[in-house]
Design a protein around this ligand. Sequence first.
Ligand code: FAD
Length: 440
Amino acid sequence: PTAIFWLRRDLRLHDNAGLWHALNEHARVQPVFIFDTDILGALRSRADRRVDFIHQALRQLDAALRRHGSALRVYVGTAEEAFGRILQDFAVSAVYANEDYEPVAVARDARVQRLLAARGVAWHGSKDQVVFAQREVVKDDGQPYTVFTPYSRKWKSRLDASHLQPWPSEQHLANLAPADPADFAAPAGGGLPELAALGFEPTGLVYAPPSVPAKLLRAYQAERDFPAAAGTSQLGVHLRFGTGSIRALVQTARGLSETFLNELIWREFFQMLLWHYPQTVDKAFKPAYDAIAWRNDVSEFERWKVGTTGYPLVDAGMRELNATGFMHNRVRMVVASFLCKHLLIDWRWGEAYFAAQLLDYDQSANVGNWQWAAGCGADAAPYFRVFNPELQAGKFDRDGRYIRHWVPEWGSSAYPSPMVEHAAARQRCLDAYRKALESA
Ligand code: FAD
């Protein structure tokens, strides 16, 4: 009999809780990955950097498995179709996976669990992608926190060494199922298909393994708000796909940067919120804000997307996003505020555009931060705080280095004048928000 370990948002062999449990409890563990056609089919671009990232991470993982005499088994289809085939390919004794808390993933896992239960196969879920899961840091009365500061206080007070203990899965790889050379010689035999066979193209993405130098963490608080400085970790994608371990990262961060630790706690705060309030995927956390009369001008939305608003910090951010899949956090806040408040375009439009573009896209963080920027989220920026994109540029890109890099024509006649005037747009926004809140 073979135990299956289903890799999802945990693409690593070291310090992997679910893999550790599988390897400890079974002498023959087969790692599988499913290219879920429900997910791939919804992607808008064939040149999707996330698919490329996953593909590169899987290639490395497969090479590592082969060094241990095993190999990754890859399926393409819906999760249920894939498990139908897995149950034919192996005498499956149990299925192990790390928990995924996104609403769509929770529903998918429930369907797979039902399918397995009908065949008498047990499912084992482990907590791996967070230090504290959804119900572990709640108010004394059991209710979820909706404000960050008390949540983070409780999070820190609960933390002890046991929560950061690694799960040394890498020490038990002798229990991996041996690869059958005939099976794995060709992709058709269940190995990793080429990107093209999945319907995708290489994107030029260069896979950089996760690393967080102590020097960066020590300087984090002073540097993190300046987009021209390489002052943030760029670990978002590694936390998204589990190519780095959150426990190891928290362990490193503790003692070096409280500010950085707080950002990791924001990540868990938003995951916790989306789990308790799944309707906030596309509804305002504060329902009154769903009454805002968004202008939703399509041509203005286009100018925001391509970065020709005439506000250089906004344009630089959008061009950085389009070119790299990344945007600095300070600039994400400015472009999001500009879209919702200056242009009065629905935050859901911006959220969807980021979801299609961001390499580190994470539903809970994206929805949570967009609602924060629009003022409609839990613990959000007050609606009457409207960032002035020019003041933000003056403060955080003083010498214009970031802007010039992404908007080389800035300052020349080729650069457009601002598409809206700040004071007028601000007033229009305040009027629209007030009207919605008064009518609620
Ligand atoms: P660092 O500053 O080095 O932070 C380290 C890690 O902490 C990040 O990788 C991330 O996992 C976590 N983190 C930091 N800030 C936040 C935050 N505000 N909320 C939640 N987690 C945080 N982050 C995502 O991971 N995915 C998203 O889809 C996403 N969408 C965003 C949309 C908007 C409108 C805004 C304003 C922010 C968004 N963020 C998102 C949060 C933040 O901008 C990114 O996590 C950060 O810029 C990633 O770069 P980094 O890894 O260098 O961050």
